[in-house]
Ligand binder design. Structure first.
Ligand code: PLP
Length: 407
């Protein structure tokens, strides 16, 4: 069932119960459906299922009960509490094998040769590469500007009638920049553009882009939605249900980027604790940011909860809390950054984000190792920059590990 089934009062209860359907054998949790295909009693029934006259599963590339549960949960959370035209907003979500698969379905399902995308310069690396290396060969070009400058965004939209999609990611890697979803969506809608937001960093608990009239939200469910680092996954969420069930469903099925039952099961369980995890992640992150700001070895802290962050006001406007992600610069540059990372004892040296454990990475020696220094510095990725996904350990343990590593 979509978000229309149960309207619970709280976000936390919705995260736990939405999407769950009573099982044939009364199992409490929806089992991991390890079956590629589904049986018809008669040819007639097969026909009804194919024509859509009868609900029922056909083939797992098209979905199954293990995948339907997290889909309906995500739809319920992204629409939670949003009233549109006097009615609770209805959304449709489709699980994908990864965040990149969901983004690919979004792009290939909505754009054709000659169309252009308008986006901000601080994007997830994979999305940036998709726009730089894959889409141009199909005749789809991305225009990348600083979308925090609304005049610039308006001017770009005015001068290029080929722009069809506004693609936002906020907050974004690794300097935790934020763009104004409301203001940019208003500009884009004046021109009839499609608007999509990557809501991975915030999750629907901290930010709900559909409040501002966007058309699509994409997620890497790999991160905070799963929350435990146990599976790769993605979701494409849309508000035009007919379009989601029609064109987008077709593209999703034919590109084949669906999820699988095991990963979907893990995601379902992870999402049940989204609210309590996000509360703790964010409370810890604020304490970590304040601690790092006072550390003598650190020159700069990028955290949306600090008034020193240039996008502080935007974050205050559209996010419940400033989030679990931050980055900071070591005064000693590359060597200091590497040394700091190597000295960590409890916190984990790894890319990715959104796990219960605190994860730290050093872009200059890891994710951005291959990017020329001058290029990465343009995006604020300096030699000594460390990115941190603050976990839900006891904050004292996080702080003491950071302190000894910085000394
Ligand atoms: C990780 C990530 C992606 C890509 O997701 P995968 O699940 O790794 O394919 C997209 N956007 C953001 C913001 C991410 O952090």
């Amino acid at each position: 069932m979509s978000s229309e089934k149960k309207q619970l009062k709280g976000f936390g209860s919705t995260a736990i119960h939405a999407g769950h359907e009573t099982e044939a054998n009364y199992s409490h949790l929806t089992p991991i459906y390890a079956s590629s295909t589904y049986v018809f009693n008669t040819a007639e029934q097969g026909m009804r299922r194919f024509s859509g006259d009868e609900e029922g599963y056909i083939y797992s590339r098209w979905g199954n009960p293990s995948m339907k549960e997290p889909e309906d949960k995500i739809a319920a959370l992204e629409s939670f509490g949003i009233i549109e035209n006097g009615k609770p907003l209805q959304l449709k979500a489709r699980m994908h094998a990864s965040g990149m698969a969901a983004i690919s379905t979004l792009m290939l399902g909505n754009l054709k040769s000659g169309d252009k995308i308008l986006s901000h310069y601080s994007l997830y690396g994979g999305t940036q590469e998709l726009m730089n290396r894959v889409l141009p060969e199909l005749g789809i070009e991305a225009i990348i500007v600083d979308l925090r400058n609304l005049n610039k965004a308006e001017e770009t939209l005015k001068n290029d009638a080929k722009i069809k999609l506004l693609y936002l990611e906020t907050p974004a890697n690794p300097t935790i920049q934020c763009v104004d979803i409301d203001a940019l969506t208003k500009l884009a809608k004046q021109k009839g553009l499609i608007v999509a937001v990557d809501n991975t960093f915030a999750t629907p608990y901290l930010q709900q882009p559909f409040k501002y009239g966007v058309d699509f939200v994409v997620h890497s469910t790999t991160k905070f939605l799963n929350g435990h680092g146990t599976a790769i996954g993605g979701a494409l969420v849309g508000k035009d249900i007919e379009y989601m069930n029609g064109r987008m469903e077709k593209v999703h099925r034919l590109l084949g980027g669906n999820s699988n039952s095991f990963d979907a099961f893990l995601l379902t369980q992870g999402m049940k604790t989204l609210e309590v995890r996000m509360e703790k992640h964010c409370a810890n992150a604020m304490k970590v940011a304040q601690f790092l700001e006072k550390n003598a070895a650190i020159s700069k802290v990028n955290y949306l909860g600090l008034p020193s962050h240039p996008d502080y006001a935007t974050a205050q406007k559209q996010m419940r809390h400033p989030g679990p992600m931050l980055s900071f610069e070591m005064k000693g540059g590359l060597e200091a950054g590497k040394k700091f990372i190597d000295k960590l004892q409890m916190c984990v040296r790894a890319v990715s984000l959104g796990t219960t454990d605190t994860l730290l990475s050093h872009p200059a020696s890891m994710t951005h190792y291959g990017v020329p220094k001058a290029d990465r510095e343009k995006y604020g990725i300096t030699d000594g920059l460390i990115r941190m996904s603050v976990g839900i350990e006891d904050v004292e343990d996080i702080l003491s590990d950071l302190e000894q590593a910085a000394s």
